[in-house]
Design a protein around this ligand. Structure first.
Ligand code: NAP
Length: 317
């Protein structure tokens, strides 16, 4: 199966591509970049091929600036975006990134019209909306990475707190990939036992934990300049789930049309059943009153940023 990564010279793009190239279900990988980065992705492709030979993996890797090469892709990952500088507001970043995401989404619609778009570019919930509108794809085929990565970060924190293997923790963050993330405690379990049944639960500082998850990305960026392995493995989870038609329930950004407590016309992170058709079902979660209140705040915040952004973009994107 063929997968393309746009913005492949970037730190997330190349890490994701390398991770995906290792997946046996991927047979063809196309690294797509602007002309100015072509040399770099040619080098990346050769380096990856050398590494993969050591593992007897014979995947085809094509570096290219010709976007027609994405033809036949089952999934196209969009990881292109301008870097955020300290003086930039979220909206300052959203406008140039929306133009990039819209431009690439239209190319995807032209050259890989049957594909699924996976948006990584931040602010990802808003960018997923842009990709949905610009591509004209049905909503099941436009998804964004955000809360899946947040949920993995939370899983790690709980595993450490409870001194338990990470695979035993089932938890979710929904809402915005950003300030308004919502920890779904009511659906958190450890080893299949509801979280609240554990005696340690009472002594946990949940506010501090959620703050840690919110700041996890910036913390890594301050230390090493970018997040790479976390997003890359989260992307590979999503791509593999789709290509193998695994029907796993992952928390992804998707366009909502009233399924979750009437929330509509906004892209937000919610649990979805993921398979070969992309989002095959949006899972209606039962939230506690507090969770619902937070989710509504997240929905309002993302919807208002989305509307503000869309009003500042040309009508034809
Ligand atoms: P990066 O290293 O700066 O790479 C971004 C890539 O975007 C560049 O290498 C370039 O790719 C492309 N690009 C830059 N300016 C462009 C422009 N004006 N027009 C078209 N393409 C342009 O950034 P990164 O660390 O990989 O992060 C990429 C994006 O993912 C960012 O928006 C980041 O915030 C986001 N992100 C999201 C998550 C998530 O969970 N959703 C996690 C991590 C990062 P080419 O030169 O190859 O064209």
């Amino acid at each position: 199966m063929k997968v393309s990564v746009i913005g492949a010279s970037g730190r997330v793009g190349k890490a994701a591509a390398f991770c995906l190239a290792e997946e046996s279900v991927v047979s063809d990988m196309v690294l797509l970049s602007r002309e100015k980065s072509l040399d770099q992705i040619q080098g990346e492709a050769l380096d990856m091929k050398d590494a993969l030979a050591a593992k007897d993996i014979g995947v085809s890797i094509t570096p290219s600036s010709n976007f027609e090469n994405m033809e036949g892709s089952k999934i196209v990952v969009i990881a292109a975006g301008v870097p955020r500088t300290p003086d930039m507001t979220r909206m300052d970043l959203a406008i140039p990134n929306a133009k990039i995401v819209a431009h690439y989404s239209k190319l995807v619609a032209k050259y890989a019209p049957e594909s699924i778009i996976l948006v990584i570019t931040n602010p990802v919930d808003v960018m997923t909306y842009v990709a949905y509108k610009a591509s004209g794809f049905p909503r099941n085929r436009v998804i964004g990475l955000g809360n899946h990565l947040d949920s993995l970060r939370l899983k790690n924190l709980f595993a450490k707190q409870f001194n338990i293997h990470v695979s035993e923790v089932h938890t979710r963050i929904i809402g915005e990939h950003g300030e308004h993330m919502v920890l779904l405690l009511s659906s958190t379990s450890i080893g299949g036992i509801l979280f609240k049944e554990f005696s340690q639960y009472q002594s946990l500082d949940l506010d501090a934990i959620i703050e840690k998850v919110k700041k996890a990305g910036s913390y890594v960026i301050n230390k090493k300049g970018a997040t790479e392995y976390g997003p890359a493995f989260a992307i590979s989870n999503i791509v593999k789930t789709i290509l193998n038609d695994e029907k796993r329930i992952l928390t992804l950004t998707t366009f909502l049309d009233g399924e979750i407590y009437g929330t509509n016309d906004v892209c937000l992170g919610v649990p979805v059943k993921l398979g070969k058709n992309g989002v095959e079902r949006i899972i209606k979660v039962n939230m506690s009153d507090d969770e619902l209140k937070e989710f509504k705040v997240a929905a309002e915040a993302v919807k208002s940023s989305t509307q503000e952004l869309m009003s500042k973009l040309p009508e034809d994107l």
